[in-house]
Design a protein around this ligand. Sequence first.
Ligand SMILES: [Ca+2]
Ligand SMILES: [Ca+2]
Ligand SMILES: [Ca+2]
Length: 362
Amino acid sequence: MALRWIEGFETDQDVTDFGRKYAAAVNSGSWSFSTGPKVGSMMQAGGGADSELRTKTLVVTPSNTWFTGWRVRCSTAAGGFTTVTDRGGGITAFRGVSDQVEVRIHSAGGGAFTWRVYRGATLLGESPSFWDTDWIYWEFKFVCRTGTNGSIEIKSRDTYHGSASTVFYSLAAVNTANSGTDGADTFRFKFQFGNNGSFDDIYINDDSGSVNNSYSSGDVVIFGSSPNGDGNRTQWTPSTAGPHFSLVNDPPGTPSDATKIKSQTPGQVDLFDYQNLALVSSGQSLLGLMIGTTGGMETSGSRNLRHIVRDTGGSEATGTAWNWSTTPTQHQAEVFEQNPVTSVPWTKTAVDAAQFGIELVS
Ligand SMILES: [Ca+2]
Ligand SMILES: [Ca+2]
Ligand SMILES: [Ca+2]
């Protein structure tokens, strides 16, 4: 597996949601959400302070080579980039809690921007200027290594700055491992743009596995979907009698932990229908899918749970079991790069018809 994370800012939008989903979710810059450039919602950074999302550990063993995509718009609206300064917005690769290398948006003045590459406080290099008053889909290759073994490569997916076949900026033979050890396992997305930076459609791949092991090569769109119907089985106990799905499809930005389903009977399954995918055409292949479940122990004890995927034909597959042993509400995310029932790439047709849910294993 090589697809490690996706974020489209649709199903989660407040600091409580993000605090469960991410290792760190800092909203000192007052982020907000509005209609996205492609589908669903986007994040807008506000204020002058840093906001950030830092992923949980994405891999057990750090990988040297990573690919990330990020849709960014740096509006030049009033109050924007009139001074030449690093704005602190960018992507940082970490090994554990140690930062390795950062790619940071820099306001170059006159409405122009550059990407600056930092190892700690050391400026390693700076890209050519770009003009980002409309959305640009950027992709980054991080090779996090010591000595002269590290590199950074940046591609742009717009007409003016590049394409899938061209490199916008390349920095080779540099030390990109500030910790002194090769590898990264965590990424931080930082947002600090006054009221003028907007963001969407993040993916993170490493170079392992047979798919999603390089750039995703394009204008990647992340679609967020919530349960919109009860599926094949509703064996868990609802907090309020009636449909189960409406207890667990809490609106983004206003999570309600009081509405929920619960179980203490191993083997019980709840499955849900989900909103169909927008934008993509029928039969179109998808890069991957990530399921997220929010929950925890109601009082005490410990339980093993796993995600369950039910294909349109009625066959089912299960994900990797995890354990919850504490009462604070947590978030468990799991990537299914391909349909686990058929072991072929997901299509819109298959995702739209599939059901996803949760099993109390033991
Ligand atoms: Ca979005
Ligand atoms: Ca709820
Ligand atoms: Ca559906």
